[in-house]
Design a protein around this ligand. Structure first.
Ligand code: AHR
Length: 545
């Protein structure tokens, strides 16, 4: 491992040197700002923001979450029960609600995942003592008490100010079961289901923004051939209706079909061909893509204590998301050149070896600075493809895989990935602005990849935002930023880094990987950004207009 902590004395000297050089360069490091090593001797890399060349809107749902009934994702992570000593509102833990509100979480996918294909919604509504207990055979054979069901999920998304993305059971359910679930959630007239919903405490229809028609039908969702799935999809797309007239027109529920398994595109071809040849009675508005960063299967890469080679391997693999989206988009473009069907990356993130001593079926893993870098790079890729990518859902929100939040009884911990989502919140619904820069090369053994990645966007109030990731764990990156046609004045924002790429937050030391403020003044209309190795930086740029 070559990127590790420098000896303490050397760091202090470097910090002092950096502060002097920063002052000379017009760069002001805010209080508690991250310790910066001095600029490399190479001239700064120019980065130009083409403010006049605006791109697509970066749909806020690109920053969505996924919460499955899996391990401690729902039970303990979201639901503690009304009588819990952990502060809660109607059984939903308040610390988690507050943390997710701070992320401006736009949408949550639920109840799975593979769990969705075994879920029978009726078992999870009505008086709690009458609900069924079942076995969660996908995930560690845990008892599923069905205490957290539709009404609890809708209460949760409402508490965090988010939208619902519901996945219906295609493999072991039926079109009738799905239709009745939609009736329960959305009917505004006194149907039997609507009256049940009202009896369960909710008179007004729930808003269902997205409907997933099955999950991984090529795998855990029934191992169907693409053609077989397409026949099921058409029926569900027709009969799983949103019955609320208020959810029509531009507010109509978006139906998401199962799509490619990573780079395997047979579902993409079959679903998009069916969509192109569709008749009046059905349609879909989205195609799902699942692609995890694993380093191979089964996932065996350690979440902590790993070498630089493992960092480089997973970062390089994750950068493959760009080609995966481009390839899927190219196929979709053949059937849908006007981009009516959105690409929905509703499962992505790192999937690593489970934490020792945990149930392997609960998919528990630590979250390091490497996860933060991987999250930022993927968000950049999604934003660059925002003309086709309309929603993504990182797997998963709490206590599972690349989580935002970890809980342990009454304690709650925010992960490095959480902070990336918080830093990127200004990009929600902002307009992508093109940037040009020389990404450079980060090499590790035989592996080579871009050294720097960046996106820029203009928010609704006209503010310009820049996100830059320095992938290189060993060298700082000096970037000289200019906005075309505009004299930049200063930047303010945050930088996320740590001494090691495998640095993690723990309950004992929760602030090892936390964003620190960063500010810089322009010199001659350009901003000089000094990015620490292995860091994610998001800044707002002020100009002199
Ligand atoms: O996120 C964990 C699992 O990964 C999901 O249940 C499934 O859809 C995917 O294979």
């Amino acid at each position: 491992m070559t990127m590790l902590l420098r000896p303490r004395g050397e760091r202090v000297l470097l910090i002092a040197l950096a502060a002097r050089m920063a002052l000379a360069a017009g760069l002001v490091v805010g209080t508690n700002a991250v310790a910066q090593t001095p600029p490399a001797s190479a001239p700064p890399t120019p980065l130009t923001i083409h403010a006049d060349r605006s791109g697509p809107i970066i749909n806020r749902d690109i920053f969505g979450q996924f919460a499955e009934h899996l391990g401690h994702g729902i039970y303990d992570g979201v639901w503690v029960g009304r009588s819990s000593s952990i502060p809660n509102v109607r059984g939903i833990r308040s610390d988690v609600v507050k943390a997710l509100r701070a992320l401006k979480t736009p949408v949550v996918r639920w109840p799975g995942g593979c769990f969705a294909e075994e879920y029978h919604w009726r078992q999870g509504v009505g008086p709690v003592d009458k609900r069924s207990s079942t076995i969660n055979s996908n995930w560690g054979d845990a008892i599923e008490p069905n205490t957290f069901g539709t009404d609890e999920f809708m209460d949760f998304v409402s508490q965090i100010g988010s939208e619902a993305y519901i996945t219906v059971n295609v493999a072991s359910g039926s079109p009738q079961e799905a239709a009745e679930w939609l009736d329960y959630m959305t009917a505004d007239k006194p149907t039997t289901q609507e009256k049940d919903r009202e009896a369960n405490g909710h008179k007004a229809p729930y808003r269902v923004k997205y409907l997933g028609i099955g999950n991984e039908s090529w795998g855990c969702g029934g191992a169907m051939t693409p053609d077989d799935y397409v026949e099921h999809m058409k029926v569900y797309a027709r009969f799983a209706r949103n019955l609320d007239p208020a959810q029509s027109g531009p507010l109509a529920m978006q139906r998401i079909a199962v799509g490619p398994d990573g780079a395997k595109q047979d579902y993409t071809e079959a679903v998009m061909k069916a969509w192109k040849d569709r008749v009046w009675s059905w349609s879909i508005e989205g195609l799902s893509l699942h692609s995890y960063t694993t380093g191979g299967w089964p996932p065996a890469y350690a979440a902590t204590g790993f070498a630089e080679k493992d960092y480089a391997t997973l970062v390089k693999e994750t950068l493959g998301m760009e080609a995966m989206i481009a390839n899927t988009t190219a196929i979709m473009d053949r059937y849908d050149p006007n981009k009516q069907v959105g690409l929905i990356v509703d499962e992505w993130g790192t999937w690593l070896a489970p934490t020792a001593g945990t149930n392997p079926g609960f998919l528990v893993q630590q979250n390091s600075l490497r996860d933060a870098v991987i999250a930022a790079l993927n968000l950049d890729i999604f934003a660059r493809h925002a003309d086709r990518v309309r929603m993504t859902n990182i797997a998963q929100m709490i206590n599972v895989l690349q989580a935002m939040i970890v809980t342990d009884g009454p304690r709650m911990l925010l992960t490095p990935t959480y902070y990336v989502y918080r830093m990127y919140a200004p990009f929600q619904d902002a307009q992508l602005i093109s940037t040009t820069f020389e990404p450079g090369v980060y090499g590790q053994g035989a592996l080579a990849m871009a050294r720097v990645d960046a996106i820029a966007a203009r928010d609704k109030r006209g503010g310009v935002w820049l996100a830059v990731t320095n992938i290189d764990p060993n060298r700082p990156a000096d970037i000289s930023v200019a906005i075309e046609g505009v004299k930049a004045r200063s930047v303010t924002g945050e930088v996320l880094t740590a001494d090691r790429v495998d640095a993690v937050n723990t309950f004992e030391k929760p602030d090892v990987v936390e964003p620190r403020p960063i500010t810089a003044q322009a010199v001659g209309g350009r901003i000089q950004l000094h990015l620490p190795p292995k860091s994610v930086t998001v800044v707002s740029i002020s100009d002199q207009r």
